[in-house]
Design a binder for this molecule. Structure first.
Ligand SMILES: [Zn+2]
Length: 251
């Protein structure tokens, strides 16, 4: 049996890095010599050698899920002041205190959310135009990431103001008052099934021990909104990794 230690002391500085505004790290990218296939050689060994990497392609027919009671996941999200950052890899919105969730009795605090295009996770080999990740951390430094697939459809009104304030230059930061921030309670689908599995960060250093919660129900952005993001980040997704026979549960 494989044993993956949960190393909080490694995660704590990582989470600080996740939550703190940083200028872009120039040492990795999404294409060419510094693209995902080379992350392991670029100093992030786990990206190449890890046993529980993310993202994965979830094949519904393949999994024999254990049932997680729907009551195990409770979101206490709302509107909170944000700091927007173009970190060169994505648009990241760091959250002020206030948004929390509980999963299996443990409380997690929302650190930040950000976006990828196209989606990183896939359902039955099917990617979506975009994916949103909401990164949460418990008091011991463990991470839980909510993944929302984004399909093209109606304009997303919750994200309209944030989209108007997207920092266009790498390293650029912009505050967004709570009044203009998305109401995350409305943005995240209330009625959705979820898939649960153990994985990793999808960017270097690809740290493992991340609890993933993927919403089956996608959210929508308009064609215009998707194009606006892709004008800044044409492709910022890591390809799917081997699922290494991992258990994927559902509620
Ligand atoms: Zn992400």
């Amino acid at each position: 049996m494989r044993f993956i230690p949960r190393v909080s002391c490694l995660l704590a500085p990582l989470c600080l890095a996740l939550s703190t505004a940083h200028a872009a790290d120039a040492h990795w990218s999404y294409s060419g010599d510094q693209g995902p296939a080379h992350w392991g050689e670029l100093g992030s060994a786990l990206c190449a050698s890890g046993a529980e990497q993310s993202p994965i392609d979830i094949e519904k027919s393949k999994v024999e899920p254990k049932k997680v009671p729907a009551s195990e996941l409770k979101l206490h999200y709302g509107k909170t002041a944000l700091t927007l950052l173009n970190n060169g890899h994505t648009l990241q919105a760091s959250a002020a205190d206030g948004d929390t969730l509980t999963y299996k009795g443990t409380e997690y605090r929302l650190l930040q959310f950000h976006f990828h295009t196209p989606s990183e996770h896939q359902f039955n080999h099917q990617p979506y135009p975009m994916e949103m990740h909401l990164v949460n951390q418990d008091k011991d430094g463990h991470l839980l990431v909510l993944g929302l697939m984004i399909q093209q459809g109606h304009e997303n009104k919750q994200l309209a103001q944030l989209w108007k304030h997207l920092p266009t230059q790498q390293g650029q930061e912009a505050p967004l008052a709570a009044a203009l921030a998305p109401d995350l309670a409305r943005l995240v689908p209330a009625a959705s099934h979820h898939r649960f599995y153990h994985g990793s960060l999808t960017t270097p250093p690809c740290t493992e021990g991340v609890q993933w919660v993927l919403f089956e129900k996608p959210i929508e952005l308009s064609k215009q909104q998707i194009r606006q993001f892709q004008a800044l980040f044409p492709d910022n997704h890591r390809p799917t990794q081997s699922d290494t026979g991992r258990e994927v549960d559902e509620d």
